[in-house]
Structures are given as structure tokens and as C-alpha cells.
Design a protein around this ligand. Structure first.
Ligand code: TRP
Length: 544
């Protein structure tokens, strides 16, 4: 598994500049949406879209089911500037989190950091995201993925301790409140490890192989660090289920998907909708639902709509008018024919997947109205889907289960390297460390490549290419802070040809110097806060 560093990008030959603006982005203010060349994800499974062309981003949405953040933006109260500017571009099921925020209900945010090097401006995005969720009233969690760093990157415990401290100081300096929030390191969290062990019982090697490309040579600790991350992601829900967002780079999406799967596999009951005794899959169900809605029971004997009637109605409809393929239709027809004279009646079905006997009995007892109990499922005729989900979770939690909600995620774009190409932790000039001397930060920005034209004359005439400019990206991701107008002005002046690269870089370099000065001062101020925080700074595994 790679993809561990938000700055690392895949070894793809694709250029990393280029405008990662997705189709449909034109709707929103393009000036603020132009985040410069977003680089790619560093993960085996995510390699296909490791570069930043338009089609790559689309792939992320189309093939992997990540949703566009834009679509939930309106539901978020006072969205963070990274959301407003499209730096946070995608999500999985963020709605419940936004809703909890609006309704003042419990929710959580968690992310983790592998202490493999200095914290840099790429990590700052994630720090800011956690802190913002904390300020919106969420339970905030930040963890040091020291087991992963040790297992997957072979870092020594001395190195891990040193970097962990640096990450934590920056996180606190940027505003994380350690008294309200939770900090931990994987190695020192027994509950986490127990949860990891438990989750491991529901995952197997073939799955890891398919998701992460693990093979016979992969060491077991590395695999264990994966279940540990799964436990991290579900950790905020250990006491009670709640919407939880995991802010990460898209390289971490395979982890998010697996965690969502495992969360589901741990559930006692599965709730689904059915029309008769047999099961229907997604498309099949939609087909029957549609047909059911069209038919009037009064038109049939005994005023009863039966499976055969639906089958007949479907057979009379030309395939072209149905929104499914022939295979789906065939399968539905077979099921309907087999059920024959059984009446069609919509119902909510609770499957017993891994409930205790007591829990299953309690569920049956708790269902209101008409119900039918079978060996390992119950059909409820007067309970709607939403109520059913709630009930199933309640019973599960009352009987010792976790009742996990599938974790949500938000994804931010990767930053372009200052020298063009990719921003990489292993190329110091390509990124700015939060520990860089402010003068070094100033110099790195001054030396950065830009989206400027060949000559000043051409630049004035055609305008700069802000969308492809690592320096503009610095403004949008960091230097402009919450000030949208400023970010927009820089963009407009650049693309309008009034803003030339020399002055623009000078301004950015000065702002970067100021930011680093301030940040580093704050790091010193929070030393004590960190010393008092509930997290081990020295690993007992150190050998010195
Ligand atoms: N694997 C992540 C990385 O490489 C670190 C991590 C561990 C993490 N546990 C997590 C990230 C839980 C998000 C949520 O950076």
C-alpha cells in the first residue's frame, strides 16, 4: 500500500499541471474554483487517475462513486474556504454530517497522520479540516499512525516520536483544542487495537489483495496496520453511533470504502424493502416498485394484486420502455412466476445477520403493526424504511452491538509542487514544511515556477495562467485564508494581465514568511498544552 503521504504522487508520466476543473464546475465562480493543477493520488488502486486531467477527475466520480462536493455545499452551514474554493472537491455521504451540524446533533471528524517526515502545507489542509469540524461542534479526533509508520514504512520509534511531536504541535498551533478533542497514537490505544482485532475477523486476505494489491510477500504487520486504520475510522463511534467524517486525500479512498463495508458487516440486522416473500436486488426492486405503482388492485380478482399479474404486466411492456437490461427483467420474471398467486405487498424486511437471539426477539417484539416472523428475517408491513433503520440500530446498541453508521469522507485536492510537477516530501524545494525557516519559505516561493507567460508583454496581453500556477494555488489553499475576495482579486488580476509574476511571487513569499513566523511562534506557545494533553509523546518501544 502506498498513498500514505498527502503530498506524494504516483509515478505517472502525466503532467501534473493542467486544470483539474470538472465538468459542471463552470456553474460556480470559476475564479475561486481554479485550484491550480491538482496532482494525483498515490495508491495502487487509485493509480488510474494519478494525474490531473479532467477525465481523471471524472473517473473518480464515475468509477469509484465519490460524489462532487459541490452538490452538498449548500447544506453545509458556513462552509470552510477549502470547501468554497473547491479544494475539497469530493465526498462520500457527507450529508448526515452536514445535517448533524445544522441540527446541533452529535457528529465527529477524524483523521490520521503517519509520522514519516515533517508536517508540511499539505498536512495543514487536513489539520484545518479537523479543526473546522471541531469548531462546528463536532467531536474531533487526530491520531498518530505510528503502527502504520513502523509496519509500512519501517520507521524507527525514535523517528516516529520526533515527527509525531511535530505533527501534534502544528495541529495545536493551528487551533485544535486538545481538551475538547481526542488525540491518540495507535500503539498506545488498547481499545482501538481490540476493535481492530474484531474487525479483522470480517476481512480476509483475498480482499486485501484485491483492494491494496497485497501479495504473498506482504508482511503481516502491514496488513494489521490496515485493520488498525479501519478501527481508527470507526473509533469515534465506539461509544455510540454518530455521523463521522474522515477528511483525507483521495489516495485514502480505498481505506474509506473498506471501512464503510466493514461497518456494515458488523451490523446485527440488514434492513431492506421487499414486495413479496422473495428477495430483489436494487434494479429489480425498482422495476417491481414501478410496475406496482402503475397497477390498480381493483382491476384484479379479490381486489388483490398478485405476483403473476405483475409478471404479465411486465411481459406486455416492450423492453425499451423499461429502464433495465434483459437480464434484470428475466430474473424478476422468474421470481414473480415462481411466487405465482402470492399477493404483492410492500414491506420492510429485517434480516438477522449476526444478532444474538435476545436481540432478534427484542426486535420482533418492538415492531409495531402487522409483522411476519421467519427463521432469519421479519417482515414489517406498517414500518417505513427510515423507522426500520432507526429501530434496528437501537435494538443493536441495546444488545451490545456498535450500530455503526457508515463513515463519511471528504477529499481534498493534492497541491502542485512549487517547482512544477509533483509536490513531494522527498523533494524539499517542491513543498514547504511547517518547520521551514521563514526565510527558506520565502525563498522557496520566490523560486517557484508560475503560470506566467514567456514575456511580460505577452503576459499583459494574454493574462497569466492562474489555473496552472503553483503560486496561485498557494494563495487559494493557504495564503488568502478566509478572504475570498483577496483570492479572487489575485486570480482576476493575474488572468487579466495586470498582475505580473515577479510582484505576485514577492507578495506570496512575504505572506508565506509571515505565516511560517506566526505558525512557529504558536508552536512554541502550545508546547505546554501538548505536554498536558492526553497523549504519550515517548513510545515505550524506543530502544535508546
Ligand atoms: N494511512 C494514513 C496515511 O497514510 C494515516 C491514517 C491512519 C489515517 N489511520 C487513519 C487517515 C484514519 C485517516 C483516518 O496518511
Amino acid at each position: 500500500m502506498t498513498g500514505d503521504d498527502p503530498l506524494e504522487e504516483p509515478e505517472s508520466g502525466e503532467p501534473t499541471t493542467g486544470v483539474p476543473v470538472m465538468d459542471g464546475d463552470e456553474r460556480s465562480t470559476p475564479e475561486l474554483r481554479s485550484d491550480g493543477g491538482a496532482a494525483g493520488a498515490d495508491d495502487v488502486a487509485l493509480d488510474p487517475w494519478g494525474s490531473s486531467s479532467v477525465s481523471d477527475y471524472r473517473k473518480l466520480f464515475e468509477e469509484f462513486g465519490i460524489e462532487e462536493f459541490d452538490e452538498v455545499l449548500e447544506e453545509v452551514p458556513e462552509p470552510h474556504y477549502l470547501m468554497r474554493r473547491g479544494v475539497i472537491f469530493g465526498h462520500r455521504e457527507y450529508r448526515p454530517v452536514a445535517e448533524a451540524m445544522r441540527e446541533d446533533e452529535p457528529f465527529a471528524a477524524l483523521s490520521g497522520f503517519m509520522p514519516t517526515g515533517d508536517p508540511h502545507i499539505g498536512h495543514k489542509l487536513v489539520f484545518d479540516e479537523i479543526i473546522w469540524h471541531q469548531q462546528q461542534g463536532g467531536d474531533a479526533y487526530a491520531l498518530i499512525a505510528d503502527l502504520e509508520a513502523n509496519a509500512a514504512r519501517g520507521m524507527s520509534w525514535e523517528e516516529i516520536d520526533e515527527h509525531a511531536r511535530d505533527y501534534l504541535l502544528s495541529l495545536l498551533a493551528l487551533g485544535f483544542d486538545p481538551e475538547e478533542g481526542t488525540l491518540y497514537r495507535q500503539s498506545g490505544n488498547r481499545k482501538l487495537q481490540d476493535l481492530a482485532f474484531e474487525l479483522g475477523a470480517d476481512a480476509n486476505f483475498s480482499e486485501f489483495q484485491a483492494i491494496y494489491g497485497f501479495d504473498g510477500e506482504t508482511d503481516v504487520s502491514h496488513m494489521q496496520s490496515v485493520v488498525t486504520q479501519m478501527a481508527d475510522i470507526l473509533y469515534p463511534q465506539l461509544e455510540e453511533p454518530k455521523p463521522t467524517v474522515i477528511p483525507v486525500g483521495p489516495d485514502q479512498d480505498p481505506h474509506v470504502r473498506l471501512a464503510r463495508d466493514l461497518a456494515e458487516r458488523m451490523r446485527f440486522f440488514k434492513v431492506s424493502e421487499a414486495y413479496a416473500s422473495f428477495e430483489l436486488e436494487g434494479e429489480e426492486r425498482a422495476l417491481v416498485a414501478d410496475c406496482y405503482d402503475r397497477l390498480d388492485p381493483a382491476a384484479f380478482d379479490d381486489d388483490t394484486l398478485r405476483c403473476v399479474h405483475v409478471a404479465e404486466a411486465l411481459e406486455e411492456t416492450p423492453l425499451a420502455d423499461l429502464e433495465v437490461g434483459a437480464d434484470v427483467l428475466d430474473s424478476v420474471l422468474t421470481k414473480l412466476r415462481e411466487a405465482g398467486m402470492e399477493p404483492i405487498r410492500p414491506r420492510t424486511r429485517f434480516f438477522d445477520r449476526r444478532a444474538t437471539e435476545d436481540a432478534f426477539d427484542a426486535l420482533i417484539e418492538a415492531i409495531d403493526g402487522e409483522k411476519r416472523v421467519y427463521e432469519s428475517h421479519v417482515d414489517a408491513f406498517d414500518v417505513d424504511r427510515g423507522e426500520a433503520e432507526e429501530l434496528a440500530r437501537e435494538i443493536e446498541v441495546d444488545h451490545g452491538g456498535y450500530g455503526f453508521q457508515p463513515p463519511s469522507s471528504i477529499y481534498h485536492r493534492f497541491m502542485t509542487g512549487l517547482t512544477g510537477g509533483k509536490m513531494s516530501s522527498s523533494i524539499p524545494a517542491s513543498h514547504i514544511s511547517l518547520l521551514d525557516d521563514p526565510e527558506t519559505g520565502y525563498d522557496k516561493v520566490k523560486a517557484a515556477s508560475t503560470g506566467g507567460r514567456e514575456t511580460a508583454e505577452e503576459h499583459r496581453e494574454k493574462g497569466g495562467k492562474a489555473d496552472e500556477c503553483p503560486v496561485y494555488e498557494l494563495y487559494a489553499y493557504l495564503l488568502a485564508g478566509d478572504d475570498d475576495e483577496f483570492a479572487k482579486r489575485v486570480y482576476d488580476e493575474c488572468t487579466g494581465g495586470e498582475r505580473l509574476c515577479g510582484d505576485c511571487k514577492e507578495q506570496a513569499a512575504q505572506l508565506m514568511r509571515e505565516f511560517l513566523e506566526e505558525h512557529q511562534e504558536k508552536r512554541e506557545e502550545v508546547e505546554e498544552l501538548l505536554a498536558d494533553a492526553d497523549i504519550e509523546l515517548e513510545s515505550p518501544r524506543r530502544r535508546e
